[in-house]
Ligand binder design. Sequence first.
Ligand code: UDP
Length: 394
Amino acid sequence: MSPAILAEIPGPGGPATVTSAPPTVERCTALPANCLITGGAGFIGSHLTDRLEKRGHQVTVLDDLSSGSASNLESAMAGGRVRLVPGSVLDADLVERCVRDVDVCIHLGAVLGVARIVDRPLEALLANVRGADIVMAAAAGAGCRLLFASSSEVYGKQSGEALTEQADCTIGAPSYSRWSYAIAKQFGEALAHAYRKDADAAVTTIRFFNIVGARQSSAYGMVLPRFVAQALADEPVTIYGDGRQSRCFTSVHDAVDAIDGLLGVTNSAAAGTFNVGTSLPVRIEDLAQLVISRTGSRSTIVHVPYTEAYGAGYQELGNRVPDTSALHELTGWKPRRTIEDMVDEVIGSQLQAMVRAPSPARWRRGKSRSTSVLAGGPAEPAWLPGVQPVAAAE
Ligand code: UDP
């Protein structure tokens, strides 16, 4: 993208939140004025929209609202710089119109969630593969920079510390639906590489490791929002398998910081693939205990066999930890939020959602619980400070 069509964006936060990049790295003299975020009404997308909007960018959100929601953009849209285009990344004409006059596109729109993938592998494969191609072709055609969101799923069964972006990706047989998402994201990464090489496209791939935080839906299997919802309702917390599998959970705010850092360096400096994740693996059994203790829940823990949770033929990922030195050397990025921060944020957001749309049964159970999460202080009987649960009055 020519620097001539980039505008200086004044506003809070400066050019990027991550400023400790080495002086040798080519930094953008100005940040992109017009951004397109596919999947911008979803979990990561809406947090990114919030961030870019606050800094004064014009943001177009393209989202089919299948798993995202316009309500995630409520505060971002109030400022008048964010517009929501309801539509699909599979609509090539619409995508082409959306990338016109855009400086950078961040492609987050995808069908995801293990439960959804194993349930409807065809939908997941086609939507993710075709969507990646349509968005990359449109961005390349318009000369617009593209950040493509991939996933640590591509590593598959790989285990171990410090997996670099060049480490082998070891997935199971394609006939296991579980791997459909990994296959689609691997294809997207290869496509990004090919568009860069053969079409001179400005594509950067970001490999996210288990991003969690407020607004993440529990509908399609994601473990942290599910555990929190179960704990807040004093229902059994369901650990699939033996619970000794681990994930490197990463805060959505650290993920947004990473995108922000990459936007702050030039396309040529950001060529390639970058891992974004914490280096602290958390066992699922430990996560369950942490959620129960921080919600003050009376929940018990139950173990559910994988076959019951996902049907026959499910295969578990390896216990893998990312090497993020490439991103750190380029932008100075480091994850800053702890697992406790992440758990508390999800608890807080689910409590707030309950206040907006209370379920009487949950409300009655929750009223008796002590939690310090929203009060930000020592445990005391505090549901939402200052909020009267009128709708759920007994
Ligand atoms: N999981 C679990 N209980 C649940 C949902 C998920 O024990 O109610 C497990 C799941 O089997 C996996 C881990 O939590 O081992 C992370 O699952 P998630 O779907 O969040 O992420 P992914 O498997 O895609 O990394």
